[in-house]
Design a protein around this ligand. Structure first.
Ligand SMILES: Nc1ncnc2c1ncn2[C@@H]1O[C@H](COP(=O)(O)OP(=O)(O)O)[C@@H](O)[C@H]1O
Ligand SMILES: [Mg+2]
Length: 483
């Protein structure tokens, strides 16, 4: 490719300038010869031969310079179009053209390096801005958005670049604050305002904004930066913390009152009754174990909720996790003379997920299958690839292929009306409470929150003779949704 273009570079082109230059250069000698012939000082034939000799001499003298200038012109032209065509071994003989090419090459190298550095800097700056969790916008003197990071696109939509802040934000307070900064009436502005995402007036999002004039006027036209902070996140975390405290104190009160009741009894009426003491201590130990299970589950639930907006990134193999879970629960299953049967399809895809959370999800479901399954029965865990995830009512599931993992046990039928309530915190079926089967009622709430984070779904099927199946759908890839 290089040789080809190299040959092309040295092709001689018809050059009218060259002919004009030769004629112009020979014009004075032509006039002299005409005068000499007119004054009969020189015969016409000699004058023609002499004039011809001068033209040939001019051609020989001017040709290399003209030819090389032509090549240099073409070379510079190409250099301006192609990035990597620097030519060190240019076949030049004239010192001037050599010097020109050398200077041009130096200049080209200098600017290429500068452009590369600038490009690398811009890429890393953009990457840094995109990793920031809060929305950032850059605007020009007229309030047009020149650039926005990923968080800004997520909050305001993907098509905000080149649009004016007035079109995007309806808050007059915010627009006035931006205008004050742009008119240099103030260096920076801070305010709280509301963004209305849909027509519904109640669906307002509380935003804190910081608008700051840039200390320089860049050639990129950006004159101010707007950084936004979404209060919904903070409010959500505050609500979670409040819920956590309320739930925890409410649920811990019962076992705690049982324990303190028994302590009272042991200190008074049952003080010297060894049989009663042993029985009460056993109940107290059970209640203490229940309290620690409750605390563990509540902490785990709030941790999962905190991570809800962070898409998982690990590549995991479901079979390894299921085998791990079965081993962990083996003893518990054996106590009820139950066995695990695995039914995995060979080509099962690996999924993008959080290893620890998927393990917890499968462990909770298998634990329920043991707890609520019949003695001496088989628990079957199957997994297969599916083309899509059934839609969920309250949150968005990922699009595209998924893995479906089903945990089936034979046991008492769950009536359909319970299905939606099973994933509520602390919801337990009355029949199980009556049978005194221990549980916190948080296992399926944890399953649900893990599935929300993974954009997956849960489906329940239960029939009197066929048993109960909990199927979880987990996407193979996490969709990068914008809302
Ligand atoms: N495999 C199952 N068969 C029958 N009922 C179940 C099954 N899994 C869960 N449940 C019902 O759902 C309720 C909630 O389950 P979960 O959130 O795991 O709480 P826990 O197991 O601590 O009670 C259980 O109390 C039980 O009534
Ligand atoms: Mg459970």
């Amino acid at each position: 490719m290089f040789n080809k273009s190299h040959n092309k570079l040295f092709k001689i082109e018809k050059d009218t300038n060259f002919a004009n230059r030769i004629l112009a250069l020979s014009l004075p000698s032509a006039l002299v010869f005409i005068m000499l012939v007119a004054l009969k000082l020189l015969p016409a034939s000699i004058a023609i031969i002499a004039y011809g000799t001068i033209i040939v001499f001019n051609i020989i003298w001017l040709f290399p310079v003209t030819f090389e200038m032509q090549q240099v012109r073409k070379y510079i032209f190409r250099l301006s179009k192609e990035k990597n065509c620097i030519h060190e071994n240019f076949n030049l003989t004239e010192n001037d053209t050599k010097e020109i090419v050398k200077a041009v090459n130096e200049m080209h190298r200098f600017w290429t390096e500068k452009a590369e550095k600038l490009e690398a800097q811009t890429i890393s700056d953009t990457a840094v801005l995109d990793t920031l969790p809060d929305p950032i916008l850059m605007i020009d003197q007229n309030g047009n958005i020149l650039g926005a990071n990923n968080a800004a696109h997520k909050l305001l939509g993907s098509n905000i670049t080149d649009r004016n802040v007035e079109e995007i934000f309806s808050s007059n307070n915010f627009i006035n604050a931006v205008s004050r900064v742009l008119k240099a009436e103030s260096e920076s502005e801070n305010l709280i305002f509301y963004v209305n995402h849909n027509e519904n007036k109640n669906d307002l999002q509380k935003i804190y904004a910081h608008i700051k004039k840039l200390p320089w006027i860049s050639k990129g036209r950006a004159v101010a930066v707007i950084s936004l902070y979404d209060f919904a996140k903070a409010t959500k975390i505050e609500k979670m913390q409040a819920d956590f405290v309320a739930n925890a104190s409410h649920e811990l009160r019962t076992p705690l009152s049982v324990i303190s009741g028994f302590i009272d009894t042991l200190q008074t009426t049952a003080k010297d009754d060894e049989k009663a003491r042993n029985m009460f201590l056993k109940i107290m130990a059970e209640q203490a174990a229940y309290m620690s299970l409750l605390i563990e589950n509540l902490l785990s639930l709030s941790k999962i909720e905190m991570m809800q907006d962070m898409p998982p990134e690990e590549k995991i193999d479901i079979l390894t996790i299921v085998e791990d879970v079965c081993n962990a629960l083996m003893l518990k299953a054996q106590n009820k003379n139950m066995t695990f049967k695995l039914n995995f399809k060979d080509n099962l895809a690996n999924i993008t997920a959080d290893y620890g959370q998927i393990r917890q999800l499968l462990q909770n479901l298998c634990d329920n299958a043991i707890k609520y399954g019949y003695q001496d029965s088989i628990i079957t865990i199957s997994a297969k690839n599916v083309s899509s995830i059934p839609a969920a009512k309250t949150y968005q599931v990922a699009l595209g292929p998924a893995v479906a993992v089903s945990i089936h046990n034979f046991g008492e039928k769950i009536d359909h009306e319970h299905f939606n309530r099973l994933t509520e915190r602390f919801y337990r079926m009355q029949s199980h409470k009556n049978q005194n089967i221990k549980g916190s009622g948080l296992g399926l709430a944890i399953v649900k929150h893990i599935l929300i984070r993974h954009q997956g779904n849960l489906k329940i099927k239960s029939e009197t003779t066929k048993g109960t199946t909990f199927t979880v759908y987990l996407p193979i890839e996490q969709n990068k949704t914008t809302n």
